[in-house]
Write a protein that binds this ligand. Structure first.
Ligand code: ARG
Length: 572
């Protein structure tokens, strides 16, 4: 709708002085006032005239009436004044021809404003803790993070996706102790991450009755920090095994990273930052530990060094941010984590500011809510967790079952492809359907339903557009597009809204704007599909327009799907 908003704003802005004794309102200001009416029966767009009242020195009702007159001869819009609002309906001809040409011309780029051209964004997401389970709590950071990357890339930003692996810390001391006591090479080789996790869980259980194990673990980690050869070898092996497992899940989700520089990578980069903090007089000793006092900013102190001089999570984040700024000169650095970490980010962002780094305001924390499954919260420490891998496998298996039942003769290869695309897509789509900050209760049955606002439903709609395009290959493109029904009109309005939704999703770091847009577009397309015969109409302009509307829907769905890690499939 940007095109029509601009058109309205420019026409109105240009004509205002003549109507209102020389008073001027810039077109940009008018564009920002134009909104979508709550009820589509009121029109496609509306301009509330209340804010113009002061500049134009008339009542909103008088202004709306005057503007109605200004736009009365327009070929593009029909304007109606009502109670201080000016409601618009875009004329069919202008609407369909503008929208379909724009989609055809821009194709895979339709929806992008290119506003990120020449800018760099670094995104820190997924970042599981090695040798701990990759559970469904990580689904959020993984798919929100990747979606934000795709959105920024689409908009023209250069993006660097970083998997800041939790590959350093006392948990490795624990694992080394556990492995030497109870583990064996073959079991870890064959059992992979599951075996590591059970060693980790066993360590915690045993440490309950034998607390000396914790001291041993600390000692082993300390040796690792001092580059002890045997421990380093074990550590590298644990990381490798975990990565191999994560990569399987990333592959299923269609996710790749540009860097796997995890926490360990920053071990030697922290002293310089600690030194700088000290020089600046920002460090305070509190009960032996070094902290930055943040009381003035209404926050608890940020811990930099423990009593024994070892570094902490914030210390590493500061060093990593500094390194990333030096390396990538980012315009934005985005961190996607659970909302529980909001304070941590607010604290170290503040410390970076106090350190005088002028890029402090380019750091963005994007928090998200918790996930429970069928009402149950996940608990990491007891090992009582649902692994992301298992959730995806379960979804895939269920879709395979449903698809086989519907299509008994379908070859296995095709069944597998459908099962994986639809199963994984269902999980991702369901997760991304909510505002990210809301807590989610995951109900797999709902996610997999073919009815309702689900992944399978939207993938099915996409497949429907593909099969219609195949059937309509012989239909010619009309010289001029022609629509006459309300369903076609609504579909065009939705197609034209895509670029704005992309912009809003980036501005709010909110992939759910895209998910909801996809649902709206699918609903509009399906209504159109049911109400408007496409290939059986005799008027070639009408039939051609309907095929081209289908092609445009298909293109926009492809573009939108790719922004939320949802794969397309032509048959379902
Ligand atoms: N590994 C951490 C966790 O699983 C998340 C890391 C987030 N990124 C960061 N730069 N702190 O909780």
């Amino acid at each position: 709708m940007t095109f029509f908003k601009q058109y309205i704003a420019q026409t109105v802005s240009g004509a205002l002085p003549a109507f209102f004794a020389g008073a001027e309102v810039p077109a940009d200001e008018i564009v920002s006032l134009i909104e979508y009416p709550p009820d589509t029966s009121m029109g496609d767009l509306a301009l509330p005239c209340f804010k113009l009242s002061r500049t134009l020195r008339r009542s909103p009702v008088q202004i709306a009436l005057a503007l109605e007159q200004i736009l009365s001869g327009s070929e593009a819009v029909e304007a109606k004044a009502l109670n201080g609002y000016l409601n618009f309906r875009i004329k069919d001809d202008a609407l369909v021809n503008t929208v379909l040409s724009a989609v055809e011309e821009k194709g895979a780029k339709y929806g992008s404003s290119g506003s990120g051209e020449g800018k760099t964004v670094v995104l820190d997401y997924s970042s599981p803790n090695v040798a701990k389970p990759f559970h469904i709590g990580h689904l959020g950071t993984t798919v929100i993070g990747h979606s934000l990357k795709k959105l920024h890339e689409f908009e023209g930003y250069k993006c660097i996706g970083i998997n800041y692996l939790g590959d350093w810390g006392t948990q490795f001391g624990k694992l080394i102790v556990a492995y030497r006591k109870w583990g064996c090479k073959e079991a870890v080789e064959s059992g992979g991450i599951d075996e590591l996790v059970s060693l980790y869980v066993k360590f915690h259980a045993e440490a309950e009755s034998d607390p000396s194990l914790n001291d041993q673990a600390r000692a082993e980690f300390h040796k690792l920090e001092e580059h002890d050869e045997d421990n380093t070898k074990l550590w590298k092996w644990f990381v490798e095994i975990s990565l191999r497992e994560y990569e399987k899940t990333y592959k299923q989700l269609g996710i790749t990273f540009d860097s796997y520089a995890g926490e360990s990578f920053y071990s030697d980069k922290m002293p310089a930052q600690v030194e700088k903090l000290r020089e600046l007089g920002l460090l305070k000793i509190d009960d032996g530990a070094s902290i930055v006092d943040l009381e003035k900013y209404g926050m608890p102190p940020c811990l930099i060094l423990k009593k024994d001089g070892s570094t902490l999570y914030p210390t590493r984040d500061i060093a990593a941010a500094y390194y990333r700024h030096e390396t990538y000169r980012f315009d934005k650095a985005i961190y996607v984590t659970a909302a529980q970490q909001s304070l941590h980010f607010a604290q170290w962002f503040k410390v970076v500011e106090l350190m005088g780094y002028d890029w402090y305001d380019k750091l963005v924390h994007v928090p998200y809510g918790t996930v429970s499954i069928n009402g149950e919260k996940i608990a990491t420490r007891t090992g009582n967790v649902i692994l992301l891998r298992d959730l995806l496998s379960l979804a895939i298996a269920k879709v395979r079952g449903i698809t086989k039942e519907k299509n008994p003769g379908m070859p296995d290869e095709q069944l597998d492809e459908i099962a994986e695309t639809v199963g994984v897509g269902a999980v991702v789509f369901y997760y991304l359907s909510n505002n990210r900050i809301k807590d989610i209760n995951f109900v797999l049955e709902d996610a997999l339903s073919y009815e309702g606002n689900t992944g399978p439903y939207v993938q099915y709609t996409y497949a429907r557009t593909c099969s219609l395009i195949d059937k309509g290959v012989a239909v010619e493109k009309p010289e001029k597009f022609l629509i006459s029904t309300e369903e076609e009109h609504r579909l065009c309005v939705l197609l034209s809204m895509f670029p704005e939704r992309v912009g809003a999703a980036i501005e709010s770091y909110e992939p759910s704007f895209i998910t909801r847009y996809i649902i709206d577009l699918c609903t509009a397309y399906n209504r159109f599909y049911h109400e408007c015969p496409i290939l059986s109409v005799s008027d070639p302009a009408v039939s051609g327009t309907r095929v081209w509307l289908t092609k445009a829907t298909s293109t926009v769905l492809e573009n939108a799907f790719s922004l939320i890690c949802l794969k397309t499939i032509k048959q379902i």
